[in-house]
Design a protein around this ligand. Sequence first.
Ligand code: 8YV
Length: 322
Amino acid sequence: MSKPYVYITRSLPEDVVNQFRDIFDVHMWDYKEKPVDRETLLQEATKADALITMLSDKVDEELLNECQQVKVIANLAVGYDNINVKKAEEKGITITNTPDVLTETTADLTFSLLMATARRIVEAAEYVKEGQWQNWAPLLLAGNDIHHKTIGIVGMGRIGEAVAKRATGFYMDILYHNRSRKERAEQELGAKYVSFEDLLEQSDYVVCLAPLTKETKGMFDQKAFEKMKSTAIFVNASRGANVDEEALYKALEKGEIKAAGLDVFAQEPISSDHPLLQLENVVALPHIGSSSEETRKNMMELCFENIQRVWNGQEAKTKVNP
Ligand code: 8YV
């Protein structure tokens, strides 16, 4: 019997892929400069038994209609807002994601971004490298304290909770807002559930870790930024589309909030002329939340494991659709 045809929309490291070549006939997009083009992806979908997709691949109705024998689509991400899950379900295609394996790594990055923004680390590093450090001044590149401040986490899922845990090490007061109450975070980390408005008004650090849904899209709008303290720092490590970027730009420019640390943008990748990149009080990263060598390897292996399980008639380890 021929091996199942697995198409991957980026090239993954050989040491990961080789572990599965005995079982699968693996085909990968040879990523050099450009991601897979739409036409190739549509063609591959007609041939494939399983796909491994990335957040930047639109797995929409058109693509799903091309899937003749695809049984499973493994998304290399915990989020799956790039996938029309309902349509996939109708077609009997299992969708899987990569939760848990990336939780701590993404929390590390979120907290690093918060610290880098508060303590102006990127600006300070550039200052030294550019040879501007000629003198000492008492308030040279003075940032803001993190310890003993209030962090407000919007989206207290797995990653939110892991960020809250880090915040306890900095003696921070933890507020959170979420669809549902999180007893463990309240009892073990002392996190306090508050309304979105109260969180915005009371937090020194407002951290968005909510998935992108109809409810969260654009939730950080002009009104939200107006409610925040003028000293507040906004951090987003979930989805750019949760933020009205024009409103964020205005709030930062007018000094309605102090600074922003952004790992995600509404349209990715962004170009260097993006308005937010013109602001000194913005630290911008290229969506690297889960990007550690160890975690990305674990995510890739989980994608293959999920495909393998579905192929063997078992339940996927981390299935998204019911
Ligand atoms: C992705 C992410 O892994 O997991 C998510 O939802 O946003 C990232 O960790 C990355 O964008 C690759 O698809």
